[in-house]
Design a protein around this ligand. Structure first.
Ligand code: ZN
Ligand code: ZN
Length: 221
């Protein structure tokens, strides 16, 4: 297939390949807006869909999560971190050969009338970084006297963003937060990215944000 690679698409593709954690359109938009000044989220999304249709990248859709894109188009499985939402590739299959594969994972011939042609594995768990973070937080609670411990390390702006989100109720758009806090929209999206990384904010749908249970705790801490 002839794929028309525009300059924008080339930049997007290069960014996706740099990041093995399967970015969403939203995240990719944040990453490339410096490089492609007038780009919009809609354009990023459209280009990603184009690349996915062309088979250059793969779509990764997991129950209840934002769609992500994968630079690896060959058969592979994924492991998800329930805390930071990171998605990584896992290689459990020793072979792409069907017979070899069946030795490792015997497949039923039919399931509810379907002829089974393959399967996909989704592992869920806590990534090493989140395990470490949780350990450190536990340590801070046990060792400290409990007063004014700041395991979350929230900045004033981050706190403002979280408070605005709580007031507004989830899921809210970043412009709602900008309106409520008086912060610049760019600053808000930057804070949201940081807060998402910390696991305090999640994005149940595209461009909509909500507080996580952890976020509520951190805000009060
Ligand atoms: Zn994690
Ligand atoms: Zn993948």
């Amino acid at each position: 297939m002839v794929t028309r690679m525009t300059h924008q698409r080339e930049i997007l593709l290069a960014e996706i390949k740099k990041r093995p954690q399967h970015v969403s359109a939203d995240e990719l938009f944040q990453m490339v807006r410096q490089q492609i000044p007038r780009v919009s989220l809609a354009t990023v999304y459209r280009n990603l869909e184009f690349l996915a249709d062309a088979g250059v990248i793969a779509r990764l859709k997991v129950s209840g999560r934002q769609k992500r894109y994968d630079s690896e188009v060959h058969v592979h499985d994924h492991v998800f971190c329930v805390q930071c939402q990171k998605v990584e590739n896992v290689v459990v299959r020793k072979s792409e050969d069907k017979e070899e594969l069946e030795k490792d994972f015997p497949l039923p011939a039919t399931v509810d009338g379907f002829v089974i042609t393959g399967h996909r594995l989704e592992f869920i768990g806590l990534c090493p970084a989140c395990q470490k973070k949780n350990q450190q937080q536990k340590g801070a609670v046990i060792m400290g006297c409990g007063c004014k411990s700041k395991p979350s390390g929230l900045s004033e702006d981050q706190k403002k963003v979280l408070q605005a989100m709580e007031k507004h109720g989830a899921p809210c758009a970043s412009k709602d937060i900008a309106g409520a806090t008086g912060l610049d929209a760019k600053v808000v999206s930057c804070k949201l990215t940081d807060l998402k990384k910390k696991g305090f904010v999640d994005s149940p749908e595209r461009c909509r944000y909500g507080l996580t249970e952890e976020g509520r705790v951190a805000m009060k801490g």
